[in-house]
Design a protein around this ligand. Structure first.
Ligand SMILES: Nc1ncnc2c1ncn2[C@@H]1O[C@H](COP(=O)(O)OP(=O)(O)OP(=O)(O)O)[C@@H](O)[C@H]1O
Ligand SMILES: [Mg+2]
Length: 624
């Protein structure tokens, strides 16, 4: 492309140079003509001077002759004029022919001849005046005067001739150079015309070429776009296939674990039913084990939700050092005696805004993994520090925003992981531990929680040396809330109703509604129930003394949120408590609850229900 563009530029420069040469040539031609004119004028002047000189002399000669014949002095006038002017005339002529040696020589010969001629005239005139006509005639008839005059004429004619020859030679040379120059000018002009027309033609050709290559480029571009589209489609199909594989693995894992738990529940309940009459104690035992199975299943769904980043989060600003410090005793107990636990807490560590329970859970998971990797014993180190992830690092990772983070790392001196295990360690249900020893949900849950909290997680490991799992949580720069101490599980009995408060329960699932009604009544509450939003509004109209609206969120027709909005418009003082098993909905944005919204995650125990209802009625309990 460049090569092509340079071509007309060179041509154009050539044409301009040629134009300059032409102009210069024209200047030289006109200058030559001017010089020629000067020379012609000069020659004419010289010839003019020569003929004037000759006629002055002839006048003087004629005058003297008449004076000799008549004796009248007035005829001497031309002679006197000639004698006076001749020196000046010779001087002027000498100046004009000074550059020509031949002419200078001729003038030098002329001077004495003229001098002698004038002297002879003077002598003749003097003889006439003093001795009379006869004496003068005698002096004059010797013919010397005539011969001098002849020489003078010959010299002057020679000079005239030389000037004429010179002029002819000069004119001939001038004519030659002019012809050459004019020829050059004509050739130049023709070349200039040819060159410019060539440039015009060439530009037109180039435009044509450019058009063609533009069209070719457009065609190539189209082909490329089509290819890219095809590839994208193929990649999309591959991704889809991989997703299906992951989903298959996930559902298989869930089904397997749930079946195990369900068999415990179902088996225990069957046994309980058989023993209910005959052996109530034994039946009680089976019911307890069924309950345990159900609770395990609830635990499994909680872990799955955490992995899918849908766990309801209740983030609070907290000090990571206090968190780790508060947990270290629990960790030591969990991990056992042949592992040395050390905490290294950096000073001035920033706060983070995370769900306390979930971060504790995550650290516990990491520590349990570390313990499992160190069956022979070893060292476990938990560290905190401030750090920042820069653009370069962030762009090399997926889903990482550059910025300031608090780093919590859990490092062990265990067996370590080869790269292929690291690559799969976060996958749900991926475990290398034997059947019944690991579910493979630990790291996937930690991963989901960290991502949901806007953080980043990374595993560094070397086989045979150990592993370091690093959790980066974004620095919290907002206001600090009070750091609640690590809360141990309470053993107090569940709180009950105070003044027979009335609860309006809205739930479309009949069985869940039945169980919830029973639990609430047992706690001493009066319960009004509805299976839909519309029914709830009717109930509220009939029973205005309701204290709490306990509503499911996802229901056919009116959602719990819409219901609450309408109810609150009529009864702004009414307390509202939402419940749902599904969290990605109206009250949850990006997995974080609306601030100030009271919420109960399904499935819940009777005790959790009792505490939450009490909290909300007493004006606490937002967000959990
Ligand atoms: N600190 C560690 N050292 C060596 N390997 C580890 C470590 N942490 C995790 N792994 C490997 O990653 C796998 C997945 O870990 P993850 O915590 O998800 O599941 P798990 O520990 O096997 O099961 P669960 O946590 O449900 O009991 C583990 O089976 C183990 O192979
Ligand atoms: Mg684990």
């Amino acid at each position: 492309m460049r090569q092509r563009l340079r071509h007309p530029t060179t041509l154009l420069a050539g044409a301009l140079a040629l134009l300059a040469v032409l102009l210069f040539g024209a200047l030289i031609v006109s200058e030559g003509q001017r010089r020629d004119e000067v020379w012609v004028r000069h020659t004419l002047e010289v010839q003019n001077d020569l003929s004037r000189l000759l006629s002055t002399l002839q006048d003087a000669e004629a005058g003297q002759r008449e004076y000799v014949l008549t004796g009248q002095p007035r005829f001497l006038e031309p002679y006197r004029r000639a004698a006076a002017s001749i020196a000046g005339e010779l001087e002027g002529l000498g100046a004009k022919i000074g550059d020509n040696a031949h002419q200078r020589g001729a003038l030098a010969r002329l001077r004495p001849l003229i001098q002698e001629r004038l002297e002879r005239l003077a002598v003749g005139s003097e003889l006439r005046r003093t001795q009379g006509l006869a004496a003068a005639v005698e002096y004059l008839v010797d013919g010397r005067g005539k011969s001098i005059m002849g020489e003078i004429r010959a010299e002057i004619a020679g000079m005239n001739q030389r000037e004429a020859t010179l002029l002819a030679a000069r004119q001939a040379t001038a004519a030659r150079t002019r012809t050459i120059q004019q020829g050059l000018l004509a050739v130049g002009a023709v070349a200039f015309l040819v060159l410019t027309s060539f440039i015009v033609l060439d530009s037109a050709r180039q435009v044509g070429r450019m058009r063609r290559s533009r069209d070719e480029l457009a065609a190539v571009n189209e082909r490329l776009t089509a290819e890219v589209l095809g590839r994208e489609r193929a990649e999309e199909q591959l991704r889809q296939a991989q997703k299906m594989e992951a989903v298959g693995q996930l559902t298989g894992g869930i089904a397997h674990d749930f079946n195990n738990m369900l068999s415990v529940v179902v088996g225990s309940l069957e046994l309980a039913r058989r023993r209910l009459r005959t052996d109530p104690d034994r039946a009680q035992h089976y019911i307890d084990s069924a309950l345990e199975g159900a609770q395990n299943a609830a635990g499994l769904t909680a872990r799955l939700l955490a992995f899918s980043r849908q766990a309801p989060l209740a983030p609070r600003p907290l000090d990571p050092n206090k968190l780790v410090g508060g947990m270290s005793e629990l960790l030591r107990r969990t991990i056992g005696e042949n592992v040395e636990v050390e905490t290294v807490l950096a000073g001035g560590v920033w706060r983070v805004n995370v769900d306390r329970q979930l971060i504790e859970n995550a650290l516990l998971n990491l520590c349990v993994n570390a313990r499992d990797a160190m069956s022979e014993g070893g060292n476990l180190t938990i560290e905190t520090s401030n750090t920042s992830l820069d653009e370069d690092y962030a762009s090399a990772q997926s889903e990482v925003t550059p910025g300031q983070y608090v780093l919590i790392s859990v490092t062990d001196t265990g067996v370590g992981m080869p790269p292929e295990i690291i690559a799969r360690a976060f996958d749900p249900f991926y475990t290398t531990k034997g059947v019944g020893r690991g579910t493979g949900l630990g790291l996937s849950q930690v991963f989901g929680f960290v991502k949901q909290s806007g953080g980043h997680i990374k595993i560094y490991s070397e086989v045979g040396r150990g592993t370091s799992v690093k959790i980066y949580l974004p620095r919290w720069t907002g206001e600090a809330a009070g750091d609640a101490a690590f809360a141990p599980a309470t053993t107090e009995p569940p709180p009950r109703a105070r003044d027979r408060e009335i609860i309006l329960l809205v739930e479309d699932d009949e069985r869940v509604r039945g169980v919830t009604v029973d639990s609430l009544r047992e706690l001493g509450y009066d319960v009004v129930q509805a299976s839909s939003g519309d029914q709830a509004l009717q109930q509220l109209a009939q029973q205005p003394r309701i204290d709490l609206l306990l509503t499911d969120i996802v229901m056919p027709g009116m959602t719990g949120r819409m219901l609450a909005d309408q109810v609150l418009a009529q009864r702004p003082d009414l307390r509202v408590l939402y419940m749902t098993g599904y969290t990605r909905n109206a009250i949850v944005h990006n997995g974080v609850l609306d601030f100030g919204v009271a919420f109960l995650q399904k499935p819940f125990s009777a005790e959790q229900l009792a505490r939450k209802v009490r909290d909300v009625l007493d004006g606490r309990g937002a967000n959990r």
